[in-house]
Design a protein around this ligand. Sequence first.
Ligand SMILES: Cc1cc2nc3c(=O)[nH]c(=O)nc-3n(C[C@H](O)[C@H](O)[C@H](O)COP(=O)(O)OP(=O)(O)OC[C@H]3O[C@@H](n4cnc5c(N)ncnc54)[C@H](O)[C@@H]3O)c2cc1C
Ligand code: SF4
Length: 340
Amino acid sequence: MMRLPHFRYRAPASIEEAARILADEGSQAMLVAGGTDLVPNMKRRHQEPTTLVSVRRIDALKKVANGAGLTLGAGLTLSEVVGTGAVREHYQGLWEAASQVATPQLRNMGTLGGNVCLDTRCTYYNQNYEWRKAIDFCMKKDGETCWVATASKRCVAVSSTDTAPALIALGAKARLVSASGEREVALADLYNNDGIEYLTRRPDEILTEIVLPPAAGWRSAYWKLRRRGAFDFPVLGVAAAVRAAPDGTVEDARIVLGAVASRPVVTRAGELLSGRKLTDEAIAEVAAKVATRAKPLDNTDLEIYWRKEVVPAFVGYALRQIRGDDMRATRLRIARQSLG
Ligand SMILES: Cc1cc2nc3c(=O)[nH]c(=O)nc-3n(C[C@H](O)[C@H](O)[C@H](O)COP(=O)(O)OP(=O)(O)OC[C@H]3O[C@@H](n4cnc5c(N)ncnc54)[C@H](O)[C@@H]3O)c2cc1C
Ligand code: SF4
């Protein structure tokens, strides 16, 4: 049986109190929301915080506010995000991403904030302590070598969050609060392409809100590749959002790839699609170009060359869905569920 290490547990009732605790405790403290990633990680000694600061009692993190766009509190569970009418109606790509995270039980516990701040993953890392010790650990925790790329000075563990690519494609911002103030950053800027320092968030900052811009004119979609339809982390995620004129001419577009680097990969989709219609030819050409940005490595599930080869097909599925094609049969074949 894998046991948790010893830690102190704090459960503040407000963002201010949580921020004060983080400021006092320093980088040895960590936030915990649903605990669906952090708790198993602690059992495997990936993270060993001396203090856990739970955000579950903080009602302010459960906010859903319709303004010019939509504000979602970081403490909302993924089930609550999926159940939010405005998400379903206006931010389809986010709805599809959140709907495909893990299992219903994990979506009932796991939060939006925890998903956005999810630790990076790797075959040589997501193992128990004894397994990792047997290979003399690795650079991400307790060791010195990267077993995926032995000459690499950087850990190349994979960004495996489903919602982040979808949120970035939708133009989301993240609000971060600490005892010394608050700031808002484009969500894309929350990530580093580094498997260890994968967030630009400081340890004393709390992600409080995700702010989505107005969705008028935009259509979005999220397509996920994973081994099992019932639950599994993505080995590829394609999030697309397109704004088109009434005659179908694309005015703006964003395509973001997940699970192919240590951060969600923003592509040049806007430049490639603007002024064109989503014809079969345009979709095929753009999908092929966008796919060159995917650099999967041999540190996650499924065969690496095949994972790269299928990227254009998945970009094509997302764009065809946005064009209005009936993709239900393809979705059922790929996701092995209809997504309602
Ligand atoms: C079997 C299994 C399958 C899974 N499948 C998927 C999947 O398909 N797709 C996927 O994306 N995820 C998957 N997950 C991971 C996880 O369940 C989800 O990502 C979930 O949304 C994490 O949220 P949480 O609230 O449980 O995060 P926690 O485990 O509580 O925290 C995760 C990280 O986020 C930080 N954090 C949490 N809240 C905040 C905040 N407000 N501000 C700053 N930092 C914060 C924590 O300190 C920690 O580093 C899976 C997990 C399991 C066990
Ligand atoms: S990419 Fe390398 S350093 Fe990072 S977790 Fe995997 S083996 Fe370790």
